[in-house]
Design a protein. Sequence first.
Length: 183
Amino acid sequence: MDIGSTIRAIRKRKNITIAQICEATGLSQGFMSQVETNKTSPSISTLENIAEALNVPLAYLLLKKEERMRIVRKDERTLTTSGSDNLKVEHLSSTKNVRMRIVEFPPGATTGDAPHAHEGEEVHLVMKGRIYAEQGEDGAEFGEGDSFSWNACTPHLVRNIGDDTAIVLISIYTENDNGADLI
């Protein structure tokens, strides 16, 4: 783990000196220097003291870089297409197991010619337009503000049944993210 670099980055961002951390924690400057250069691993108790001196939660110091907050600005979203109708898909933020997408369904567009299945669970929020969603023997129409969810291992499809483009926010949870674009 790269806890020392995290501690140093927080300390510098907050304009706190090593001497101030040492005064607050009772640790020596030499020890703090070794912690910040990852030459020694502090105990959990010591990390609690350092976290308190930095005014950050202990859990934050223990997060891996890929577990920290990720920011995707609107103009930095990755755009792809999906399905037989080449639906426009905007990729929002994601974590190891959860991905967020905004999908545009032009009038009559669908996620595919036939229902399809894949690993994971999905939650859909209709932001604009009217859609029909089907999973197995269940089917329903949805309008703006309506939401639905399902286990994606059962064949499903979504179709725009309105006269205007429908926009759907989709959250996809998978235990093993294989990088596939699933909707």
